[in-house]
Design a protein around this ligand. Structure first.
Ligand SMILES: CC(C)(COP(=O)(O)OP(=O)(O)OC[C@H]1O[C@@H](n2cnc3c(N)ncnc32)[C@H](O)[C@@H]1OP(=O)(O)O)[C@@H](O)C(=O)NCCC(=O)NCCS
Length: 201
């Protein structure tokens, strides 16, 4: 890895239900470019490294999520924008946003990129509550989800389903484990629910 990588961050707003998302290997893949970049990291980390199932790697959360990708632009080969780290979030049925699929490729770990992803995504969320609420109402209407009276807008609550191995990382970023959510297995990996409230700009 280069000692001083030139990093850029891209954001993909929710692709929406009209853009069927496919695995990058699919011949019918019409995914947005940034989503495909995110999938490169996810396939490498979650499928190849953590043995999660490839077919379960894209789910209904993806089309309504905002996706961030950090790329290394240092390389001059044709694959010059090498995606190396990802994060995404959507919202829960309660008005909180849920961070998912935080991943940094192995050779770039320990450089602060995990923290940078969480900070970047949450800074954007803090400044765009109106946009988040509009998208939340749109999806709730389409999926027939009843938003509770008085709770129908997002007020800065953030949820993460954390693998227990990285619980400490999120604690360091101000998340607290909610033991009432219990512990559960996703793809053979134990998870806990953690919350943090951010201030809206
Ligand atoms: C978890 C992951 C995203 C962390 O990325 P990273 O870029 O190495 O993390 P950072 O360098 O930004 O570290 C941020 C903080 O978390 C801590 N941390 C990072 N990984 C940790 C781990 N596995 N366990 C405990 N603490 C960890 C760091 O020490 C650092 O703490 P500090 O700010 O107090 O110094 C990365 O290891 C990864 O992709 N793992 C595989 C996928 C995964 O498990 N994703 C989590 C899904 S819930």
């Amino acid at each position: 890895m280069a000692s001083q990588p030139t990093l850029t961050t891209s954001m993909q707003p929710p692709p929406g239900p009209n853009t069927p998302l496919a695995l990058p290997t699919s011949t019918t893949n019409q995914n947005p470019q940034t989503f495909n970049a995110a999938m490169k990291v996810r396939m490498r980390v979650f499928v190849d490294e953590q043995n999660c199932s490839a077919t379960a790697e894209i789910d209904s959360d993806d089309s309504r999520s905002w996706h961030w990708v950090i790329s290394d632009n240092t390389r001059t080969s044709s694959d010059s924008d090498q995606p190396i780290a990802v994060i995404q979030w959507d919202w829960h049925h309660e008005p909180c946003i849920k961070l998912t699929r935080v991943a940094v490729v192995p050779e770039y770990r320990g450089l602060g990129l995990g923290r940078r992803l969480v900070d970047t995504a949450l800074e954007w969320a803090s400044a765009h509550a109106g946009e988040i609420n509009a998208a939340m109402r749109d999806v709730a209407g389409r999926e027939g989800i009843q938003l509770k009276e008085g709770l129908g807008s997002w007020k800065g609550l953030v949820l993460v389903h954390a693998q227990v191995d990285v619980e400490r990382m999120y604690q360091g970023q101000g998340f607290q484990t909610d033991e009432s959510l219990g512990r559960w297995d996703e793809e053979g990996i134990e998870h806990v629910g953690m919350f943090k409230r951010i201030t809206l700009a």
